[in-house]
Design a protein around this ligand. Structure first.
Ligand code: CMP
Length: 225
């Protein structure tokens, strides 16, 4: 990964959900083994098939978890943000990386080497549970995605994705983070052109409203799920 490695404070470690349950003494030990790095937008943090060495935690910025083929076709499996971790799968089953992870915004990341990750898991049951909860959440999301791909048309898939990505802002459901149509297409398994048509239809039908770079979801789309 490009960029300089820097040291980390116990306060930063405490702000990461994975380490929230660590007593101060353990945090002080962790400070000596965790590395902090900055990565500009578009950095490949790991590529599918790479050998596995470390766990990564996101302090700030967003990344996409993706798979691609030799022709440059891509599918986005997930978008990760602050507080989340990645790279645990290869560490748990001693396998190469299952997917590629690329920054879509400048990111601040922490990394923890395999040996230290396993030591933390062995010494901290709450951390083990947090990792397991993360894996279960990903499995649930993957099940939901398989269901969407098999059972919904592109309208339904786009609508469901928008609902999954929406946040509550002043009582309104909104997608506030930048979400290019190209990325929506890669997340729902459709062409960019098809996604543009679907978004336009959703807008015309009053299901969504574009407000600057945000997408406001109307009650009609929420009821249609
Ligand atoms: P690992 O296989 O070590 O390297 C790629 C990482 O991407 C993987 O660990 C997970 O942390 C993450 N990842 C893989 N698939 C998904 C998914 N469907 N949703 C979220 N994250 C994933």
């Amino acid at each position: 990964m490009p960029a300089m490695a820097t040291t980390v404070s116990t306060a930063v470690l405490k702000s990461v959900p994975l380490f929230a349950s660590f007593p101060d003494e353990q945090l002080r030990t962790l400070v000596t083994v965790v590395t902090r790095r900055s990565a500009p937008r578009g950095s490949i943090i790991m590529a599918a098939g790479d050998p596995t060495d470390s766990l990564y935690l996101v302090i700030s910025g967003r990344l996409k978890v993706m798979m691609g083929d030799a022709d440059g076709k891509e599918v986005i499996l997930s978008i990760l943000g602050p507080g989340e971790f990645f790279g645990e799968m290869g560490l748990i089953d001693d396998s190469p990386r299952s997917a590629s992870v690329v920054t879509i915004e400048p990111c601040e990341l922490l990394s923890l080497a395999r040996r230290d990750f396993k030591k933390c898991l062995a010494e901290n049951f709450e951390m083990t549970m947090t990792v397991m909860r993360g894996l279960v959440r990903r499995l649930r999301e993957a099940d939901r995605k398989i269901g969407s791909l098999a059972l919904l048309d592109v309208y339904g898939r786009v609508a469901r994705l928008l609902m999954d990505m929406a946040e509550n802002v002043d009582g309104q459901k909104m997608v506030t983070k930048r979400l290019p149509k190209q990325d929506i297409a890669k997340m729902v398994g459709a062409s960019r052109e098809m996604v543009s048509r679907v978004m336009k239809d959703l807008q015309m039908g009053g299901y969504i409203e574009m407000r600057g770079s945000s997408i406001v979801l109307r009650d009609t789309i929420l009821l249609a799920d």
